[in-house]
Design a protein. Structure first.
Length: 157
């Protein structure tokens, strides 16, 4: 089993790649990130980090971890959804186990500063300016568990 931190754009109306119904059953990748999708296996655990800005609409996001779940199937080709010049045509089936209710504010997720503090415990080379918004990050089991527990605490508020 592997552990991942996957960035997601903030939700927008009618966006199948946003934080609506579609993201609840899949992780979406464009062709250049196919190698990441192919490393994912059934049972892998994934934390979803919502980025600060949607590139098409400029919708503001939480800059926080807002959900976690498990991969439920192998990567599969899907109909191409193009957003901001990137065509997302690979879907990894995914089931959300816990998430911040979508209507709540960005203070309800695990903010980027807290994510950095937790990851710096096992990655001392990480700076206070390190970002998780651009690429999928493979986590160690104890990193995933620390972040998952923090999310569970935030979901219980």
């Amino acid at each position: 089993m592997k552990y991942w931190l996957e960035p997601r754009w903030p939700p927008i109306d009618n966006d199948p790649l946003g934080r609506g119904a579609e993201v609840l059953n899949g992780l979406w990748f464009h062709q250049r990130k196919r190698h990441v999708a192919e490393k994912m296996s059934v049972g892998d655990k994934v934390l979803l980090y919502e980025t600060g800005l949607h590139p098409d609409t400029r919708a503001h996001g939480a800059k926080a971890i807002v959900a976690w779940g498990s991969v439920t199937g192998p990567p599969e080709p899907c109909a191409c959804e193009c957003i901001n010049g990137k065509c997302f045509n690979i879907r990894v089936p995914f089931e959300v186990k816990k998430h911040i209710p979508w209507h709540r504010t960005k203070q309800d997720g695990i903010p980027l500063d807290t994510v950095r503090q937790i990851l710096q415990k096992t990655r001392p080379h990480w700076s206070d300016r390190a970002t998780v918004a651009r690429t999928t990050l493979k986590l160690q089991p104890k990193e995933f568990e620390a972040l998952r527990q923090e999310l569970e605490r935030h979901c219980g508020r």
